[in-house]
Design a protein around this ligand. Structure first.
Ligand code: DMJ
Length: 471
């Protein structure tokens, strides 16, 4: 009854919060979009066309010099794979068909390059699996499986935590020192692949890595942030939720949410208890998550990163709306101090320690979640403002570019692939929250914002296909 009441209130608030919002369910009809959604959609197309003109076949666009950048000596086609689900949600059929055809006909992962396993997992494997869900094309699932099979040799270590790089052709892996995010952000994509292939080996590899981290927690329940994959020793004992750890926590909760793996749910519950007890801090009237020592819980430093702005979304998703809202206001304060967020910020000195802004999505991701969870229109307005600021400082004649220094707003010549995958998508989804078929409660996103429909994953089947036991 209480839930029903909250739902009704939320729905009422969402539908009444913005006068431009029209009550329609037809997302294909461009006239049904409000001004903000229409604007993001048009800008996405303009940016995609720039990628196609200047960087097609390569990993990323360099928007100032109007050329391309590749991550490795051969391209992995990362921008289109990352962009696909955003273009699909926006209804760009011709563009998404073109990407599907390229992936099916021309993409070959048998390349002699050492790929960073964390990055390619969230972008390529996550992107391909989402492409499979949205397109329904079996050939795309085959590509995803082929790619994951090339990643798996990296997990063959004494701890089960993968090495940093894996050679896509030979399977030779290297790099024994990894941060926690690189160590254990795999259960979501690997679980989805296990579900669709009915082969538990993928999820089991990802879960082993996550549990290897959790099982090395201290007596007070905290983990460090850098680990040796062979010895299992902590290389750094700093405990935080910042860049380098962030998505480990995200995947604990999301694996429980999407697949119903209760063991992962318990790991999340225990972890968040320790985080809130030792890491959360009230400072200057705001909520912050800084850095403490994993064994003692003693404060180490107050440098946070803009990646941490994902945490309000995770707190909100897992039911702690009050903390989520407070934390989002903290991030909103940091954003407004500069007009964009700096990559690193010391909340006690009030200064940035690394002033770059790379078109990152996290603060907009959290505003999107909180608008949908609480129905409070101030989160919608936050995203309207962040979008206006991005247009003001990052827009170029052909696309958008990163900022070298948020104090001077000097531009950098690079557009990361997650701008397509995440930033534009979360903005668009916020502005269409009322009238999209991609309803917030129906989807779970990987850490690169690739969407997966919750009802596609039957929890009883997941238990078998992913090979975990119900508790
Ligand atoms: C994205 O690649 C992913 O969200 C990742 O988890 C960390 N953040 C970047 C974008 O900022």
């Amino acid at each position: 009854m209480k839930n029903l009441l909250i739902l009704i209130i939320t729905f009422t608030l969402i539908t009444s919060c913005n006068s431009e919002i029209k009550n329609t369910s037809n997302t294909d009809n461009k006239t049904a979009l409000n001004k903000s959604a229409e604007d993001v959609r048009n800008e996405t197309l303009r940016t995609w066309q720039a990628y196609k003109k200047y960087a097609w076949g390569h990993d990323a666009l360099a928007p100032l010099t109007k050329t391309y950048r590749n991550w490795y000596k051969k391209p992995l086609y990362i921008s289109p794979i990352d962009a696909y689900s955003t273009l699909y949600i926006m209804g760009f059929k011709e563009e998404t068909n073109e990407i599907e055809n390229y992936v099916i006909d021309s993409l070959d992962f048998d390349i002699d390059i050492d790929a960073k396993i964390f990055e390619v997992n969230i972008r390529i494997l996550g992107g391909l699996l989402s492409m499979y869900e949205l397109s329904g094309k079996e050939e795309i699932l085959a590509k995803a499986k082929d790619f994951a099979d090339r990643m798996l040799p990296a997990f063959d270590t004494k701890t089960g935590i993968p090495k940093y790089w894996v050679n896509l052709k030979t399977g030779v892996a290297r790099g024994d020192t990894v941060n926690v995010a690189e160590a254990a952000t795999y259960t979501f994509e690997m679980g989805i692949l296990s579900y669709y292939t009915k082969d538990p080996k993928y999820y089991q590899a990802g879960k082993k890595a996550s549990l290897a981290i959790f099982n090395r927690r201290s007596d007070i329940g905290l983990i460090g942030d850098v680990i040796d994959v062979e010895s299992g020793e902590w290389v750094s004992e700093s405990s935080h939720i910042c860049a380098g750890v962030d998505s480990y926590y995200e995947y604990l909760y999301k694996s429980y949410l999407l697949f119903g793996d209760n063991e992962m749910g318990e790991v999340w519950k225990e972890s968040i208890k320790a985080i809130n007890k030792y890491i959360a801090e009230d400072y200057d009237g705001k909520l912050w998550y800084g850095r403490v020592h994993m064994n003692t819980g003693e404060f180490e430093n107050s440098v946070i990163t803009l990646y941490d702005a994902f945490f309000p979304a995770l707190l909100g998703l897992s039911g702690d709306t009050a903390r989520a809202i407070r934390l989002q206001h903290t991030w909103d304060y940091v954003w407004n101090k500069y007009g964009l967020e700096p990559t690193a910020y010391d909340y006690k000195s009030g200064k940035t320690t690394y002033p770059t802004y790379d078109l990152n999505p996290e603060i907009m991701e959290s505003a999107y979640y909180l608008f949908n969870i609480s129905g409070d229109s101030s989160f919608y307005k936050m995203n309207e403002q962040y979008w206006a600021d991005i247009k003001k400082y990052c827009r170029t004649d052909i696309a958008y570019t990163s900022i070298k220094n948020v104090e001077t707003m000097e531009k950098k010549d690079y557009m990361p692939t997650f701008f397509f995958a995440e930033t534009l998508k979360y903005l668009y989804l916020t502005f269409t929250s009322h009238n999209t078929e991609y309803q917030f409660n129906d989807y779970t996103f990987n850490t690169e914002a690739h969407p997966f429909k919750r009802e596609h994953f039957d929890k009883e089947k997941a238990k078998i296909y992913l090979g975990f036991d119900k508790r």
